[in-house]
Design a protein around this ligand. Structure first.
Ligand code: 1HE
Length: 264
């Protein structure tokens, strides 16, 4: 096995309500092996049990160089299918879990690394980040949900271009392409992601759950079905005890006002 030497490929630290989960195999550019995927799964479960939001980042100079190609080269077709389905299950636990995940991206956000980032809810890239899908060059295909999640973010035309030509996108291009929601200076992504995670963690849990779980599903529904489902989620959340308290706090002027553009 290519990855037997390290004891843990994932670091975990709870900072207040926000779990910081670090991809920690920098000597292999955080390439994800089978064992690494299971460690991500463990950290997802732990964060769900005690955190209100997560910051996902990479140790070393890169976020993640994707699939561990050394391990993959030895797989049979059916092992490949099982491996891909396992990535799907673990990444679905992020995308359709109970708490918001913010990824802090720097260096390589490549192949499976981009697929992992695409399963988080908000992506913050620093100016060192670069995005690529070199699967075509390696003779393989995306297998970590990229054809579904990354394609929905940037569109099939851009993803086709990246996969056919090996095009590498900068952080600024990635923001224009909707692969990143924020671009910050080099070294600032984790701090920005933490601020965003704290903001999200202060929301009503039920609203966050609805945003994470309902929005992507409604996007896949027919218009009328989406509107129908929305009305139930709107009513269910608005009639929760937490909503009542938060609405009262606003009306009684106990809640913070929105920060308007230009305000500190
Ligand atoms: C790896 C991997 C990896 C690095 N699997 N070992 N992903 C790729 O095709 C990206 C491949 N990686 C790279 O292009 C470069 O490594 C980077 C641009 C990310 C970084 O370059 P650099 O110069 O900092 O590092 P390096 O010297 O290329 O790599 C350092 C070590 O990490 C080296 O091992 P060493 O034993 O010779 O020191 C590399 O072999 C190793 N390494 N990336 C295994 N990916 C679920 S389907 C998803 C499909 C995909 O993800 S396809 C995209 C795969």
């Amino acid at each position: 096995m290519a990855d037997q030497t390290a004891t843990s490929f994932v670091t975990y630290e709870l900072k207040g309500k926000v779990a910081h989960i670090g991809l920690n195999r920098p000597e292999k550019r955080n390439a994800i092996s089978d064992r690494f995927v299971e460690m991500i799964a463990e950290s997802v479960a732990r964060a769900e049990s005690e955190a209100k939001a997560v910051v996902l980042f990479g140790h070393g100079d890169h976020f993640c160089a994707g699939l561990d190609l050394a391990e993959h080269v030895k797989k049979t077709p059916i092992q490949g299918v099982h491996g891909s389905r396992r990535w799907h299950a673990v990444f679905a636990g992020i995308e359709h879990g109970t708490i918001p995940w913010i990824s802090a991206l720097h260096g390589a956000v490549v192949g499976g690394g981009l697929e992992l980032a695409a399963s988080t809810h908000i992506r913050v890239a620093d100016r060192s980040a670069f995005f690529a899908l070199p699967e075509g060059q390696r003779g393989i295909f995306v297998g970590g949900g990229g054809s579904v999640r990354a394609a929905r973010l940037m569109g099939v035309a851009r993803m086709t271009d990246m996969m056919l030509t090996g095009r590498v996108a900068s952080a600024e291009e990635a923001e224009r392409w909707n692969l990143a929601q924020y671009v910050v200076e080099k070294g600032q992504a984790r701090e920005k992601a933490h601020q965003l995670a704290e903001a999200a963690a202060s929301n009503a849990e039920i609203s966050n759950y609805a945003v994470i779980n309902a929005l992507p599903r409604i996007q896949d529904m027919a218009k009328e079905d989406g509107l129908f489902v929305e009305s139930f989620i709107a009513s269910f959340t608005a009639t929760s005890p937490e909503a009542e308290e938060r609405l009262r706090a606003f009306l009684e002027k106990r809640a913070a006002r929105l920060k308007t553009p230009g305000s500190a």
